[in-house]
Ligand binder design. Sequence first.
Ligand code: SF4
Length: 892
Amino acid sequence: MLSFVRRHKDDNLVPTLCDAPNLDPFGACRVCSVEVALEEGGPVKTMASCHTPVSEGQYIYTSTPSVQKLRKNIIELVLTDHPLDCLTCEVNGNCELQTVAAQVGIRDVRYPAGDNHLHKTKDLSHPYMTSDFSKCINCYRCVRACDEVQGEFVLSMAGRGFDAHIIKGLDQSFMESDCVSCGACSQACPTSAISDVFQSKAIQATETTRTVCTYCGVGCNLDVATNSGEILSITAPYDAEVNQGHTCLKGRFAFKFYDHPERLDSPMIKRNGEFEKVSWDEAYTYIADKFTHYKNTYGPDSMAGISSSRCTNEENYLMQKFFRAVLQTNNIDGCARVCHSPTALGMQRTFGTGAATNSIEDLKYTNCIMVIGANPTDAHPVTGAKLKQFAMKQDNVTIVIDPRRTEIARYADHHLALRPGTNVAVLNMMMYYIIDEGLVDESFIKNRTEGYEDFIKELMAIDIDKLEAVSGVPREQVKAAAIAYATAPNAMSFHGLGVTEHSQGTFTVMQIADLAMLTGNIGRRGVGVNPLRGQNNVQGSADMGVQPHQGAGYLDVTNPEINKRYNEFYGSELPLHIGYKIPEMFDAALDGKLKAIWIIGEDVVQTDPNTQKVIKALNATDLVIVQELFMTETAKQADVILPGSSFLEKSGTFTNGERRVQAVRQVVKPIEGTKPDGQIIVDIMNRMGYSQPDYTPDGMLEEISQIVPFFAGIKWERLGQNGLQWPVAPDGTDTQILHEQEFKRGLGYFEFHPWEETQEITQHGKDFPYILTTNRELEHYNCGAMTRRTANEQILKSDYLMINPADAESHLINDGDFVCIESPRGKVDVKARITDEVKPGILSTTFHFPDIMINNITGDVHDSEAMCPEYKVVAVRIRKSKGKFKSLLQDK
Ligand code: SF4
């Protein structure tokens, strides 16, 4: 009834305290009571309108004197137990209790003062979350936000009657509890009973700007509040289609890096081993002269670029254009190389398009999800929360394929805890059982695919005994999961880096696509293959041509027709041969062939495998240009540093993991001394003699829409609040579901791939018997350069090693001890966290902290097709640390 009244009359006609836009109706406060009759003038009944269904023929009286009296009485009772300190309260002027009290006409409270809860103490234990339960009105909004939005169940109501009160965990502080700091409770709370240190509900802001989060590929919309050019706080807009009023702690709270004192604020050139601040003009001349010299002396392929998923589509487009049109080389690559390049390649081979087939919204229409090689509640938290909500519902089926018992695995109906490196084995077993059980979608296979005859012949010859043994997953478990997936009316798959960062990463992606085709789970709502893209704009950077084999719009650089088109469009002669992928750039540097490299917003020293090799490669390159926000480990190796801008200081677009191109809007001016990355690239293009207009998002999008076919209808002014999902037709019509009638390549392509043991194990497994996998933690992102410069650092201070209790016991390792992990590349010391989340023989750690530098021990094995490094299988041995590194860390 409440929604009905709001929709047809007025949003503010019926007041409420416990209702919130992203929560289910609850009926705690009764302030929304209305009178309902079944005939005009007939007897009325008072009902809470928020959770009473509306039906035909009802007469709803929203403002009768008796209803108004009831509302006023409720608020008076609430106010008898509420501190009347409005003038000094943080939410004064933006307090829903204050607003409703005014709305119902409270002038005084008729009840005498009685027992109350005004003595409750504040909880200031947490770097972000605060509480002051003297202001609590027991509306349950925070509890419901924690349950219904985040699915964390940290907040609950204890006590009965007058003693009823909100508790965190087992009546702990925010810091002691399992709170994940998403801030959903704070945003839901109508008073300041739960708030945050940025006082995001206060009204100091003079302006609010809608933009998009810089961290992960979910692409949450953020409302950024500012006053006099200073960012005050961030909240999540309820009308955002991507995140509907939710964020994780990175999007909502981890923004203070933007004006951190350590921001680089001047171009610098390294002379005699020391960085010297120089003017932009001097830096540009230095770079342009060097590039011109290398081009003339060693040829265009002596230079390479690594662009950034942190940057906008327009900036990535410019970076690849600079390398292709100005330097005339295809040596341009990006971080997709080390994360989802196998996804792009594998899905292109099978479907013709290397992007998510569906949208996250399709979770509403599916019956089964298969999450493989992904830990979404840490790495893609807002989507992770939705997947978790799905998994918790009774009739839904959830399959998790992951070596770790991740949070979502705990809710799964089927958890296939395979040995790292055996995805192909398990997926082949699944497909074997689907075919064996006669569960294939024959008509889909017949009408929409090719290659099935050869595929099935090879697949049905697999050795189940062997695959069961190597994967460590009992065949009955695999069969049950296969049947669950194949018999669900609609099944969606979600995969992450646990699929791609393997020697058989591309083949695994192709198998996930095969599984979808085998069961007809493609081309409609609630199905499909949905990679969980890692960094915020990794999808967009590849779309814009930041890869050495395909230019902007995934067009083949070796195709003469396409080459002609690019040449005409760019007014230059582009090369027809494929350029270096990132690992090949480092190899070329070590071979003396690479003279210059320009790296934007990517800390390759900390995040790429085999750190020492990367450092050697950079040292072997004559000119290393690093465009960055901070002095990262890679920036330290630079010859020239260019200070770029954060997402809060520039405009453009990011493309999220569901192909949604969204507007990033400048919130504040770039920090003094820095420039938007796009403008830096434009300046250097012009300095090199190529005429490129100044960087503007609308101007760049106009150019992009002329060369990238699926951006044809994307114009800055069309993006609105929720963006557009590509492909976008010239008239602006976008696409939520791909491959509805036919695949981009025509017919979907089946191709069988047998499981093969990775070289990392065949070569080193005997001497290094443990398998280490690397992963991400909720609090930090990638190299952590940004999140480590926020209060997230107080929540998670260091990388740690997950180790099974049995392994810890056999090495006499206690929780918190430092463990020396040694691989054929080197050793590092990491603190142990003993947990049965990993099985015996398996170790897991993160790579967010440079003092640990876990990539000192990761290796050079990579995906056979896309050259994505195999971070997920590192052969290691362990022992309790003798203390060499431990003392270093303790000193810090
Ligand atoms: Fe959303 Fe990802 Fe940003 Fe968290 S990090 S707010 S999930 S986009």
